[in-house]
Design a binder for this molecule. Structure first.
Ligand code: AQP
Length: 348
């Protein structure tokens, strides 16, 4: 199979509480890439089960959460006919390639992953082996489609570096077979992360030093994609700030994490730069800025949440989108795995 030159892959975990960070850091970028790239967007349910059910809900919640992420993709503007939208567990090749990558990646590399340390917490002995080897599955997700670009939030940067390390080691370990079988010098591409714009790391509304997160116990810390206009306005009104007015330039945002976060949110939602937000609001109090931010957030998010509700009222339709996407994903993944099995030396 020839290497595609502009194929995007990315995913979101169906673990509930889909929030503005997931939208601005990932989904909004997925939408923007559709005209220039061939896109594959996945609901990564195999990743969801790496965390204890007590953290995110477990098997009873998973079907609904999977449909919720799918609905968010479609409601945000992803075209599932032109591109591929599916859930990971329907394409068994993800798990198969992840196993091979578990045997390529080194313990030392995995031990350096900060997300494992954060998610495992103090009691690492009780973390699942799946949580530890999560980055090998993520590398498999991306490289199964030999994706060239991966749009993600800033928190995934380290995992994407590991994906490149795994691809490079595989290409090197199996170099003779790769060239003998006519795949040239490298089988897997060096995937480029796409981590750009004013909202690559959206912070909690309650603490500007913490990432906005699905698992934060405070619902006031995040804006959920399913929040009503009133909820959005209330959460922004209650967002933590400092007593100073907004600065006139970006320099003045230094050491003001909450102000920096809210300005970044406004810029990302309104599609402008942080400088232009400060040109309009520099010198003004948060009492004036917050209602304006709430307006842009409501304007952007309420059509999405309305469309999500319509889609979720018709689960059969959502499931058919995923089944159709899985069938198309399987045809690419199947081809990659046939080649990888040959390269590794498995008899078929
Ligand atoms: N706060 C964020 N700012 C910008 N981007 C973010 N992403 C997540 N949080 C932010 C990006 O959203 C995509 C999907 O994330 P995910 O569902 O795979 O992962 P997650 O990191 O588990 O989400 P949370 O909210 O951070 O959950 P918990 O509570 O488990 O920590 C990714 O591209 C991610 O970068």
């Amino acid at each position: 199979m020839s290497q595609p030159s502009n194929r995007v892959f990315s995913g979101v975990q169906p673990t509930g509480n889909l929030h503005l960070g997931n939208y601005l850091g990932a989904i909004q970028k997925f939408v923007a890439l559709q005209d220039s790239h061939e896109c594959i967007y996945c609901v990564v349910d195999l990743h969801a089960i790496t965390q204890p059910f007590s953290v995110w809900g477990g098997p009873e919640k998973l079907p609904g959460y999977t449909r919720e992420v799918t609905a968010a993709y479609i409601a945000s503007g992803i075209d599932a006919e032109r591109h591929i939208v599916f859930n990971q567990s329907q394409v068994a090749e993800h798990a198969e390639l992840a196993w091979i990558f578990n045997c390529v990646a080194r313990m030392g590399w995995m031990n350096r992953m900060t997300q494992f340390k954060e998610k495992a917490g103090k009691d690492r002995e009780k973390a699942s082996v799946g949580l530890f080897s999560y980055p090998a599955l993520m590398a498999a997700d991306i490289l199964l489609y030999r994706a060239t670009h991966v749009p993600v939030g800033d928190d995934q940067k380290q995992h994407l570096e590991l994906t490149r390390d795994i691809a490079a080691k595989f290409n090197n370990d199996f170099a003779d077979q790769i060239s003998k079988l006519g795949h040239g010098d490298e089988y897997f591409p060096m995937t480029e992360p796409l981590i750009e714009g004013p909202a690559t790391r959206v912070m909690s509304l309650r603490d500007g030093t913490k990432k906005m997160s699905k698992s934060d116990p405070s619902d006031l810390s995040r804006i959920n994609l399913t929040d009503s206009a009133d909820d959005i306005a209330k959460k922004i009104r209650k967002a933590k700030t400092d007593p100073e007015p907004l600065p006139e330039s970006e320099e003045g945002l230094k050491d003001r994490p909450e102000a920096e976060n809210l300005v970044g949110l406004y810029a990302a939602l309104a599609g402008c730069s942080r400088e232009s937000v400060l040109a309009d609001f520099g010198g003004k109090q948060f009492a004036e800025f917050k209602p304006a931010l709430a307006d842009v957030a409501v304007e952007k998010l309420t059509p999405i949440s309305g469309r999500m509700r319509e889609l979720l009222d018709n689960p059969d339709h959502v499931d058919s989108i995923l089944q159709d996407g899985a069938q198309r994903a399987r045809s690419i993944a199947g081809q990659t795995m046939r080649e990888v099995r040959d390269i590794v030396g498995f008899l078929s």
